[in-house]
Design a protein around this ligand. Structure first.
Ligand SMILES: Nc1ncnc2c1ncn2[C@@H]1O[C@H](COP(=O)(O)OP(=O)(O)OP(=O)(O)O)[C@@H](O)[C@H]1O
Ligand SMILES: [Mg+2]
Length: 255
């Protein structure tokens, strides 16, 4: 079994008296693909925010590659290879696909560069970067290369966002609802893109469409009201009585 790469210890986040993430102990092995499911408001995005440094936890720790990164800023974690995508796509919509990819590459090569530096960076110099060319092909974006991102379909934009994350060379890639709002055809394309990453990095995928995670994730974690109520092999997890009670929609195609 491969080594552990990420662990949270009693990770907790409160908003006033409301506990959004409640003593979550989560661990991920090098190369593992895990899914996190749970109803709206279960704390999935908040958990991602804690792990990637967008919110400070009220209690608990985040340990990545044996280092305590609980209070490290997001960009520092990205530099260490702990990278996320957002529930709502985070691209530069007024720029081309190529420029977005080049900016992602540039920010990896110049970690810590802020948005102003990025936007004034000499992008052309990186247009032929082999890693940028490689992701254009792998993510089926070659024909969209010069289009402005605001003209892309949601599926193309989602692939671009994942491509941008990949250019920062993550060891752990955390994806928050990568399939949300996509058509069946787009879902297949995004899943193909994600499958192409298996074996190259660890992944954690938050997703409502549980059926798409079956056959993809090795392990499922079910969150409910901020707590882990079940985890294990996906098929077994979904049969768990508490999961069925708390999150009855979990097995339904429409969930
Ligand atoms: N910044 C915030 N301030 C106050 N409450 C918040 C904040 N962020 C999240 N919450 C609350 O914490 C709970 C968990 O929210 P979170 O976004 O983590 O859920 P989720 O599991 O990602 O849900 P969804 O499936 O709808 O994306 C919700 O009740 C939400 O309203
Ligand atoms: Mg969410």
């Amino acid at each position: 079994m491969s080594a552990e790469i990420l662990r949270t210890v009693d990770l907790t986040k409160r908003f006033g008296s409301f506990v959004a993430v409640d003593h979550v102990n989560f661990s991920l092995r090098e190369g593992e693909v895990a899914g996190i499911v749970g109803p709206n408001g279960a704390g999935k995005t908040t958990f991602f925010n804690l792990v990637t440094g967008y919110h400070p936890p009220d209690e608990g720790r985040v340990v990545y590659l044996g280092q305590d990164v609980t209070h490290a800023p997001p960009q520092h974690r990205v530099g260490l290879g702990l990278v996320r995508t957002f529930q709502l796509a985070s691209t530069f919509d007024a720029l081309s696909v190529l420029d977005n990819l080049v900016l992602a590459r540039f920010s990896r090569l110049h970690s810590g560069a802020n948005v102003r530096v990025l936007l004034t960076a000499p992008r052309r110099r990186y247009y032929d970067d082999p890693r940028v060319q490689e992701v254009l092909e792998r993510f089926q974006l070659v024909s969209q290369r010069d289009r402005l991102v605001r003209h892309l379909s949601l599926g193309e934009k989602r692939r671009l966002e994942i491509a941008m994350a990949i250019l920062s060379e993550p060891r752990v890639l955390m994806l928050d609802e990568p399939l949300a709002g996509l058509s069946e055809a787009e879902i297949h394309q995004v899943m193909d893109v994600l499958r192409s990453q298996v074996g190259q990095r660890s992944m954690v995928v938050v997703e409502h469409k549980v059926s798409h995670l079956l056959g993809f994730v090795e392990r499922l974690v079910v969150l409910h009201e901020g707590r882990v109520i079940a985890e294990g092999r996906p098929e077994e997890c979904l049969q768990d009585p508490e999961v069925r009670r708390s999150y009855w929609r979990v097995g339904a195609e429409s969930a």
